[in-house]
Ligand binder design. Structure first.
Ligand code: FAD
Length: 605
C-alpha cells in the first residue's frame, strides 16, 4: 500500500458542487477533518450552470407564500411519490439556508425596498426563486467556495476522480481515487464518505449537463451495496436549444417563461391551454387574456390576482405537450416549438433579467431574443432518482455512506420543480455534512482498508492499458450508449423498447470489456472515459430496469402502454439493489402521509 499516496480524514466529501461544498462546511464546523475531492477544478462544478434561481418560501415578493405552500407544490409536482419527510424539511429549512448564504456574502437581486427578490417558476404557486439575474449558480458557488476555503480542516483535491468506495466489512472505510493530471492513485481512509457527485445526463446524447454528469456517485453507491430509489424518473426539461445542431440540448432557463415567455406552435397557437391536467385546472389561466393579465400584474410588481399562464405548468407536462405538438406535425422548422418573450417584454427588460439567454442565443444561434422567438425541444436535464437516504441524516443503506444534492434520491418524487435543486443541495448538503460528522465522531477506532481491495480495484482500472490488439474505442462505446438510451429509454417508453435496451446494455458491457486505450495515464481522456463508461452503463441499466418495473405513467416517466397513473404504483417506490453481480428491482411501500400533511397537499393552505 506504501506505493500509493494516502490520506486519512474523518469525512471525505466526493464532489465540490453546491451539495459537496455545503456538506464540507458543515462537517468542518463540527470539528471534523475533511478531504474534499472533485474531478473538475474547484468552482467549475455543474452548479455554476444553474440559471433561474433557488426556491425558498421567503415570502418577500408575495406574502401569501409559506413553507406549507412550498411543501404542497413540491409534493404535487412530484406526483406524491416524494419522500414527504424530506419535502417537509426542505420547505421548512430552505429560507434559513438562503438567508445564511446571503449572510456569507451572496448578492441576490433585490426588491425596491432592499429584500431578496423572488421570481416565478413552473409549478410554484407564488414567486419563490431567489436569483442573481440568470446566473444564480455562479453566485452560490462563489459564496460557498469562499466559505469552504476559510473553513479550518478542509483539504481540497482538484481534478481527482473517485473510482471506488472502500469498505471494511459492511461499513465504509474510504475511497480510491486517481489524479487526472498524473494518473496516480490516492487511497483515502475515512470514517464517513459523503457523495455529492451530481447527475447522470451524459447517458443521453441530447442533454443540458456538464461533462461531469456520468453518474459516478450513483454507480459508486450501487457498487458498494447501497439502494437506489426512483431511477425511472429522468427529467427532460421542456426547453433545450434545437438549432444549430452543435448546441442541441443546451438549456434555456425556465426563467424565460417565469418572466412572461409563451410557447407557440408552427400555426402560432399558444398550445399549452390544451394540456392543463385536471389536478392543476383551477390554478391556471384558461384564456390568453387571463394569462396576459397575470404577466402584466407580475411586471408591475403587483400581487397577481389572475391565474398563472399554462406555460408555467410542471416540466413533465410542458415537455410532453411540446413533443405531442411536434409529433402531430405542428413543430417549428427544426422540429421544436417557439418560445417567444420578444412580444411580451421590452428589449431592455429582457437583457436585464435574462442576460445569459440573450448572449447564448446571440452567440450560438445568431438569434436576437429581444426581437425573435427561440426554437425549443426537451433535453435530458436532471435525475430525480438517486441514493436512498435517511431524511434526517442523509445516510444511505450502507453505514458511513451519505449522499446529498442531485445524487441523493427521494425529495423530488416523480418530477422536480425548477429551483428545488439549489435549495435541495443547501438543505441536504448541510444535513449530510452534519450526519457524516456525527457518524465519524461516534465511530470507535480507525477504518481498516485491506490492500487486496485496493490492488483489485487498481488492476481493474488499468485493464484498458493492458489489452492489446484492435479493441474498442471508449468514445465509440459511449456514443452508442447515448444513442441507445435516447432511442429506447427516452421520454415515451414501451416494454419492447426497454427490453431491447437491456439486451443492448449487455452488448455494450461486453464492448467495454474490450476497450483499449493508448498512451500513459497523464491527462488521458480516453482512459478517463473508459472509467466513466462503467458508471454510465450501471446507471443506464438502473434507469431501464426501474422504468420496466413501473407499469404506469407518472411525472417524468411515460409508459406508452400504460398512459394513466395507477393507484397501486402511487403507493410504492421502485428500489434498485445489487445482489451479487445481478441488478434487482423491488417495489417498496411509501410511508403514509400524516393526516395534517395530507390536508395541506389536498386542501387550502
Ligand atoms: C443549465 C442548467 C441550469 C440549471 N438551473 C437550475 C436552477 O436555476 N435552479 C435549480 O434549482 N437547479 C438548476 N439546475 C440543476 C442544478 O444545477 C443541479 O441539479 C445542481 O447544481 C446539482 O448540484 P450538486 O451539488 O448535486 O452537483 P454538482 O454541482 O454537479 O457537483 C458535482 C461535483 O461532483 C464532482 N464529481 C462527480 N463525479 C466525481 C467523481 N467520480 N470523483 C470526484 N468528483 C466527482 C464534480 O466534479 C463536481 O464537483 C440547472 C441545471 C443545468 C444543467
Amino acid at each position: 500500500m506504501e506505493r500509493y499516496e494516502s490520506h486519512s480524514y474523518d469525512v471525505v466529501v466526493v464532489g465540490a458542487g453546491g451539495a459537496g461544498l455545503r456538506a464540507a462546511i458543515e462537517a468542518a464546523a463540527a470539528g471534523c477533518s475533511v478531504g474534499l475531492v472533485c474531478k473538475s477544478l474547484l468552482g467549475k462544478a455543474h452548479t455554476v450552470m444553474a440559471e433561474g434561481g433557488v426556491a425558498a418560501a421567503l415570502a418577500t415578493t408575495d406574502p401569501r407564500d409559506s413553507w406549507k405552500v412550498h411543501f404542497r407544490d413540491t409534493m404535487r409536482g412530484g406526483k406524491l411519490l416524494n419522500d414527504w419527510r424530506m419535502a417537509k424539511l426542505h420547505a421548512q429549512e430552505a429560507p434559513a439556508r438562503v438567508n445564511e448564504l446571503e449572510a456569507w456574502g451572496a448578492l441576490f437581486d433585490r426588491t425596491p425596498d432592499g429584500r431578496i427578490l423572488q421570481r416565478n417558476f413552473g409549478g410554484h404557486q407564488y414567486p419563490r426563486l431567489a436569483h442573481v439575474g440568470d446566473r444564480t449558480g455562479l453566485e452560490m458557488i462563489r459564496t460557498l467556495q469562499d466559505k469552504t476555503v476559510r473553513s479550518p480542516g478542509v483539504d481540497v483535491y482538484m481534478e481527482t476522480t473517485v473510482a471506488k468506495l472502500l469498505k471494511d466489512g459492511d461499513h465504509i472505510a474510504g475511497a480510491l481515487a486517481y489524479r487526472r493530471d498524473t494518473g496516480r492513485f490516492i487511497v483515502f481512509r475515512s470514517k464517513a464518505v459523503v457523495l455529492a457527485t451530481g447527475g447522470i445526463g451524459r447517458a443521453y446524447r441530447v442533454n443540458s449537463n456538464s461533462w461531469e454528469y456520468t453518474g459516478d456517485g450513483h454507480a459508486l453507491a450501487y457498487a458498494a451495496g447501497a439502494d437506489l430509489v426512483g431511477m425511472e424518473f429522468v427529467q427532460f426539461h421542456p426547453t433545450g436549444m434545437v438549432w444549430p445542431l452543435s448546441v442541441r440540448g443546451i438549456l434555456i432557463t425556465e426563467g424565460v417563461r417565469g418572466e412572461g415567455g409563451v410557447l407557440k406552435n408552427a400555426r402560432g397557437e399558444r398550445f399549452m391551454f390544451r394540456y392543463i391536467p385536471e389536478m392543476f385546472r383551477k390554478d391556471f389561466a384558461d384564456s390568453e387574456e387571463e394569462a396576459d393579465r397575470w404577466v402584466a400584474e407580475v411586471i408591475a410588481g403587483r400581487k397577481a390576482e389572475a391565474r398563472r399562464p399554462p406555460e408555467l405548468l410542471t416540466r413533465d407536462v410542458v415537455a410532453r405537450a411540446i413533443t405531442q405538438e411536434v409529433r402531430e406535425g405542428r413543430g417549428s422548422p427544426h422540429g421544436g416549438a417557439f418560445l417567444d418573450i420578444a412580444s411580451k417584454r421590452k428589449p431592455e427588460e429582457i437583457r436585464k433579467k435574462l442576460p445569459s439567454m440573450w448572449q447564448q442565443f446571440h452567440e450560438l444561434a445568431d438569434v436576437d431574443i429581444t426581437r425573435q422567438p427561440m426554437e425549443v425541444y426537451p433535453t435530458t436535464h436532471y435525475v430525480m432518482g438517486g441514493v436512498l437516504v435517511d431524511p434526517e441524516t442523509q445516510q444511505a443503506t450502507v453505514p458511513g455512506l451519505f449522499a446529498a444534492g442531485e445524487v441523493g434520491g427521494g425529495l423530488h418524487g416523480a418530477n422536480r420543480l425548477g429551483g428545488n435543486s439549489l435549495s435541495d443541495l443547501l438543505v441536504f448538503g448541510r444535513r449530510a455534512g452534519a450526519g457524516a460528522a456525527g457518524y465519524a465522531k461516534a465511530f470507535a477506532g480507525e477504518p481498516r482498508v485491506e490492500t487486496a481491495q485496493v490492488e483489485g480495484a487498481v488492476a481493474e482500472l488499468l485493464a484498458p492499458f493492458e489489452r492489446t490488439g484492435g479493441g474498442e474505442n471508449p468514445y465509440a462505446v459511449q456514443e452508442a450508449l447515448q444513442d441507445m438510451m435516447g432511442t429506447y429509454v427516452g421520454i415515451a417508453r414501451k416494454e419492447d423498447d426497454l427490453r431491447t435496451a437491456l439486451a443492448e446494455l449487455e452488448k455494450l458491457r461486453a464492448r467495454l470489456g474490450r476497450v483499449v486505450v493508448d498512451g500513459n495515464r497523464q491527462y488521458n481522456p480516453g482512459w478517463n472515459t473508459a472509467i466513466d463508461l462503467g458508471n454510465l452503463l450501471a446507471v443506464s441499466e438502473a434507469v431501464t430496469r426501474a422504468a420496466l418495473e413501473r407499469r404506469e405513467s407518472r411525472g417524468a416517466h411515460t409508459r406508452v402502454e400504460y398512459p394513466d397513473s395507477d393507484t397501486h404504483f402511487g403507493t410504492v417506490n421502485v428500489i434498485v439493489r445489487r445482489q451479487g453481480k445481478r441488478m434487482t428491482v423491488a417495489q417498496e411501500p411509501i410511508p403514509p402521509l400524516p393526516e395534517e400533511l395530507r390536508h395541506v397537499v389536498e386542501g387550502e393552505v
